[in-house]
Design a protein around this ligand. Sequence first.
Ligand code: PEP
Ligand code: MG
Length: 750
Amino acid sequence: MNTDHAKMLYGISELNSLFEENSIEQFLQKTVNMVAQHMNAEVCSIYIYNEHDKKLTLKATQGLNPDIVNHLSIGLGEGLAGTALLERRIICEKAGKDNSNFKYYPESGEIDSDSFLISPIIRGIYSIGVLVVQRGKGHFFDENDIMAIEATASQLETLLEHVKHITQPAGRSDKPYFEPDKFHFFKGKTGSQGCFRAPLMIKPVDKNPNIIAKELNGCGFTIADFEEAIEKTYTHLELIQKKIEEKLADAASLIFASHLLMLKDNGFTGAMRELILAGRGVTDAVMDIFLKYKKIFSESPNALIKEKTQDIEDLASEILNNLLNKSRDEGIYKDHIIVARELFPSELLMLSADGIAGIVLVSGGVTSHVGILARSLMIPIVIINNPLLLAIPNGTDALIDADVGNLYINPTPEVLHNFDMQRAAKDVISTAKSEAAGKSVTLDGAAASVLLNINLISDLKQIEIENIDGIGLYRTEFPFMIRDSFPSEEEQYFIYRKLISGMAGKPVTFRTLDIGGDKALAYYDFPNEKNPFLGMRSIRFSLEHIGIFKQQIRAILRAGQGADLKIMFPMISSLDEFLSAKDIVKQCIYELYKSGTGHNSSPGIGMMVEIPSLLPVIDDLAKETDFFSIGTNDLIQYTLAVDRTNEKVSSLYIPHHPAILRALKQIADAAIKAGIDVSVCGDMANKELYIPFIIGIGITSLSVDAMYIPRVKRAIRAIDLSKAKLFAERLLTLTRIDEIEAALREPEVK
Ligand code: PEP
Ligand code: MG
């Protein structure tokens, strides 16, 4: 790439600040000027697309007649620009006028251009607009230009989506047409099970202060309006805080503490007040101070300060929304099925505090942990990739059946009848909950342990403690994910202690922080990694941030005093890594001992087996660890190189792939040989299909979500261990996936 292009890309990366500091018109104009200059083009134009009338409208240009800005509209598929967007491809033409799609617009004032380079601007499934550059005869665009325009278009996606949002407001003219009173059926994927019938409501998309401020442009607010907005913000945050505390014990300590403190801070709201009194407009004053703090926080090398950037954004948008009088009416989401484009764990938590009935996620914007958290909160989620859903009017009657991933809009009496029948059948099954009680013993008398996976302490409400053999997996990242900053050691201690004291002396296995990859923390700016699933995540994050790691370990050890405590590390990839992590636990024990702080001095220290590199060295690991816990979710993902969150490859995510079955056998053998415990805590453990195999290879401990306890016990009780062993041996000899599938369906283990 030549230097001019490199300079341009550098310039483009500055577009964000251009967006923040200018009006929309100025921003678009400066962008086309910059692109034209760096690409040596006579003409550069930006068009924005409106889904409603399927037209592209010219929004800024250098080189065409400026009077046609906002007036020139091109149909989708019309001319070269319309074709680029329709076909979602870059068009590069040496002699554009010879192209059969070319269309001349006399009012554009365009005379000499002949070389065209046109990039569609697309965000996921959404069409945003088109970027066009043109040069005179003989002055062709080359490969470097194509790369440059592609990069520019991708930088522009988000910003232009915001522009589009503001310039095509309230009537939501960007929505595809939806026939409101008809019956519609959408098939999606389950994010979290459950069924509900309730009215739908579309969740507003944006919480970006820049966008709200632009909406407020020209409103003459007074200092009294400002004070009222601050007051409203404070009351609202306190209310959410209270609701969350009622719902989730883990969140009992102040989740919004830093927000509330900042609202009272002289340097923040105080500085805004001073500016207003000195004559600055209210919106500008809020934005000035917001941008000042955003810059300071986001540029801080200190992770704990950097994480405050999100708080500042949240707060600024709350204040601005309250000025706009757009504060959420409390409870508007209550008993509604929410349709959202994307969802973060903290938002899910707020919605749950509001008492929503379910969620429909429209784009793939769901991390596996939003799904897991929703299960803890018992909120049904269906994921459906169809933008039409965003066009459904609020209040439309809907039925969400997240058990199978279905959404019915305006359900017909027939659908409702079928649904009631199914529900009645399910109720019969759920009376089988008595199956959760008692020991799980095979037909020939071999005992197996059934342990519980939990994410939040509230999960314990779903079961009777006497029906489980302990906690096999506590995903401790959840209390981290639902907060707006890293919980302190004291906060963690409080949560962990609460869990342990509710467990009646049964074993509790804490998995240390497993974040990164698709498990983001809203307040922590994870480095931009090309491949986050292979990046700085999980135990790597903990070993890189020893301070955070030690705080967690100390909190666990203190809370675990007198308890049957086990600690395990996620995503271990080598013996060295395990020993380093184990060493930190030993250091913490020593430090707590030295300081005379009560703690558990001999926890079991084990590891998750979920990375394939462990397999060849599994015997070495078995000698050093107290136990293995097999995380089949990630083991499958990494062994088969199939992203567990990517729907497009979900058919390749095959738990019974011979490589997985043999890996499980190898891990079980190593554990049995070394005389250590081994359990499965990934989702394979809750599937009746796989339980005979797992038991058959000698793994007698399964850890599953509360809702699966009855069926797992039922499955174990239906197995004859000696037959299961033979069955497992036979499965291990099979080489083809379909043969294994057939054998699994006829297990012959009774
Ligand atoms: C697993 O990977 O199987 C597992 C239990 O961990 P998580 O689902 O939290 O990644
Ligand atoms: Mg895992």
